[in-house]
Design a protein around this ligand. Structure first.
Ligand SMILES: Nc1ncnc2c1ncn2[C@@H]1O[C@H](COP(=O)(O)OP(=O)(O)OP(=O)(O)O)[C@@H](O)[C@H]1O
Ligand SMILES: O=C(O)C1=C[C@@H](O)[C@@H](O)[C@H](O)C1
Ligand SMILES: [Mg+2]
Length: 188
């Protein structure tokens, strides 16, 4: 059961979700700067805790171990912190517990990118994302569309097809400020 968050809207963490390579890390950092908030990248945090890069965690400890660390970290951040900008790893939101924690306590932003645009990102990220290695383009495309169902559970979405990171971050900040003003104006 999802509990209703007691955290005031303006204090809730903002969580960025979406497929590998859509720009959660890049754009999340910019959003944090614009809102003068701390930025947390969950992948980076896991690497720091495990003291090894993600491909090595997958190789040496296995994906199940990675997912457990990922899940526990996100649930902890959602329930025990506020005012952060948090970028998830691309697969984190596939876990129900993660989705429930994010949706209950945070504002969830889906960074969307059409497949036609996403394809051009593949060479940039293929070597650092273990789940993309040894997959055909067709297999990656299947994964891309399969995951959309989970990502569809969000509070807000931005389509970044033609947007550079700076412009995408600008749009997200505008949207967040509108939401704050609409649902929790300063004078209330
Ligand atoms: N809006 C954008 N326009 C062009 N390139 C971008 C954009 N956003 C990110 N990139 C580039 O795409 C690559 C992947 O970006 P990034 O690492 O931020 O993705 P991510 O969503 O955090 O991926 P992951 O889910 O694997 O953590 C980087 O090389 C980054 O420079
Ligand atoms: O989409 C995924 O499953 C992943 C995305 C990356 O951010 C990392 O969290 C890891 O490579 C797994
Ligand atoms: Mg990232």
């Amino acid at each position: 059961m999802k509990e209703h968050s007691e955290i005031p809207l303006r204090e809730r963490n903002i969580v960025l979700i979406g497929f590998m390579g859509v720009g959660k890390t890049t754009i999340g950092q910019l959003v944090a700067k614009k809102l003068y908030r701390d930025f947390i990248d969950v992948d980076q945090e896991i690497e720091n805790r495990c003291n090894m890069p993600i491909p090595m965690i997958f190789e040496q400890m296995g994906e199940d171990y990675f997912r457990k660390v990922e899940r526990e970290l996100i649930v902890d951040l959602c329930t025990n912190t506020r005012l952060k900008i948090i970028s998830l790893g691309g697969g984190a939101y596939l876990q129900e517990e993660v989705r429930n924690a994010c949706l209950s306590h945070c504002i969830v932003f889906f960074l969307d990118l059409s497949w036609e645009y996403w394809k051009d990102r593949l060479p940039l990220i293929v070597n650092s994302r273990p789940l993309l290695k040894n997959k055909t383009l067709e297999e990656v495309e299947q994964l891309f569309f399969k995951r959309r169902e989970a990502y569809s559970l969000h509070n807000s979405r931005v389509l970044t097809n033609e947007l550079d990171p700076e412009t995408a971050a600008e749009q997200i900040v505008e949207s967040i400020k509108l939401t704050w003003d609409l649902y929790q104006p300063h004078d209330k």
